[in-house]
Write a protein that binds this ligand. Structure first.
Ligand SMILES: [Fe+2]
Ligand SMILES: [Fe+2]
Length: 184
């Protein structure tokens, strides 16, 4: 049986989706004036930067996409180019959301609409991005990547993880703490 090189990424999507669900829920409350916890947005930005971007997107960009290109997938006008573009669009939303949340926290008024726009923009972008990876790009990767490159991919994933020890646990706790607040 082939070594699976995308299951780990599918599992990481699950944690990212839990944060997206929190962002959507809080942003709906923000719009109706019932939520003013700006720190939540900074925590979401921190999670997205470190977990979604550095931890997860790094595995895609530095390992999976590279192997796909080496094995015949074009770099330009291809699913890879589209996915990279979406990673960048996500980063732009996150920067804007952070800036507005910092201003709001410092007492500047009128930031809620901006935060909401970028929060919603990020959430819908990432939902469709994850859907495309889970249902199209990853299954395709499992079909096309040869067996002999797979062990080194897993090793590269592990190396990426070892550069950020304790990261998964830290963010799982962060997400659970917000989920509990909401259940109450
Ligand atoms: Fe991605
Ligand atoms: Fe992904």
């Amino acid at each position: 049986m082939k070594i699976n090189v995308t299951q780990i990424l599918v599992e990481e999507h699950q944690l990212i989706l839990r944060m997206i669900a929190l962002v959507e829920k809080n942003t709906a409350l923000l719009a109706s004036g019932k939520f003013r916890n700006w720190t939540f947005y900074l925590d979401a930005v921190d999670f997205i930067r470190n977990y979604a971007d550095r931890f997860h997107h790094a595995k895609e960009e530095d390992v999976l996409f590279i192997e796909l290109i080496k094995n015949g997938m074009p770099e330009k006008q291809s699913p890879i180019e589209a996915m990279l573009m979406e990673h960048d669009q996500g980063r732009a939303h996150v920067r804007a959301m952070e800036e507005a949340a910092q201003k709001a926290l410092a007492g500047e008024t009128g930031q809620a609409a901006l935060i909401a726009d970028h929060a919603k923009g990020y959430a819908s972008l990432l939902r469709s991005h994850i859907e495309k990876e889970d249902t199209i790009l990853y299954p395709l990767s499992e079909r096309v990547l040869p067996e002999n490159v797979r062990p080194r991919m897993l090793t590269a994933y592990e190396q990426a993880e070892s550069r950020m020890p304790g990261l998964k646990e830290k963010y799982l706790q962060l997400i659970e703490s917000y989920e509990i607040q909401h259940a109450a």
